[in-house]
Ligand binder design. Sequence first.
Ligand SMILES: *Cc1c(COP(=O)(O)O)cnc(C)c1O
Length: 358
Amino acid sequence: MAPIYFTPGPAQLYPTVAQHLQAGLDKQVFSQSHRSQAFKDLYRRTDAALRALFNLPEEYAIYFTGSATEIWERSLQNLTAQNSFHLVNGSFSKKYLDHAKWLGRQTEVLQVPFGEGFDIDHFQILEGTELVGLAQNETSSGVCMPVQDIHALRTLFPDPLLSVDIVSGAPYAALDFSKVDMAFFSVQKGFGLPAGLGVWLVNERCRRKATQLEGQQYTGGHYSIKSLHEQFLQFQTPCTPNVLDIYLLCHIVEDMLAAGIDTIRRQTESKAIQLYNFLEESNLFKPFVQNPLHRSPTVVVADVVDRPAAQVISKLKEQGLVVGSGYGNYKETQIRIANFPAVSEADVDQLVKALRQL
Ligand SMILES: *Cc1c(COP(=O)(O)O)cnc(C)c1O
């Protein structure tokens, strides 16, 4: 039996990946020119599927990049001249901040301890802030920011551009894109695809700001919003893109639409409840995130109470169940369980059974 990956990226492949990959090979899709009509049709179809999945307002554009990491840098290069504000509650939100510092931006940070989320009623964002960066789901700590809180930021702070990292929350997180300005993800987490593709969802407000800054600073050349957008208007990309991943993404998103995004969200929630209920009643594990409102449904992090986490991980591995280790300093004491759409209710049942027997 092939192992089941509960790792938070790269993660278990979506069940239909193999069949779509074979179909793509059979049709020789991956040898076709990225300047061909066939590629434009693929981009157009992927664009339509993603719009439907995210209920994306018409004004949004969809660009392809190499990774989410690239989008951290591109977004700051194109959308800020001076400063940015970052909500930091783990390693990934911190890396967005690092990019801003590397680019020489003045940064303001609201940082909370690892494992905690944000209380939006108790912070201020300075007047004149150009961009606010946050992670809707902090993959390192298993803390999520409820989408209502993200939407509320728009009302509290209408001026700065709001940039949301949805890498490990999408497609579960029901973000209202009319209340943010951009969001982005890479495909090896919630979409269950091989790594190597970033997807950047960008509204008109971002594009106006990018146009304003164009010519005044380095915005990335071929990879600037200006260039990406000119290409996007013809369903083209500045460079030869990861056609393999775009093709798979197109088909996986169509499969998710066929399954129903509401169904996928409900299943994610019921699998998450099962996992957290188990952690609550277990003597060996405890949920790491204390505030139930901030517990991520998509990346579940558990403290291992009376033995090294590595022992738990290797015992599970013997049974074909691959869970992630804790992040960074928490490697010895935590495990992380990805609850992405690619893992079924039966997979989670099997994992909980195995955890119970440890
Ligand atoms: C994995 C991850 C990233 C980085 O994705 P890459 O594809 O490695 O660039 C960024 N943000 C979050 C929240 C992630 O989980």
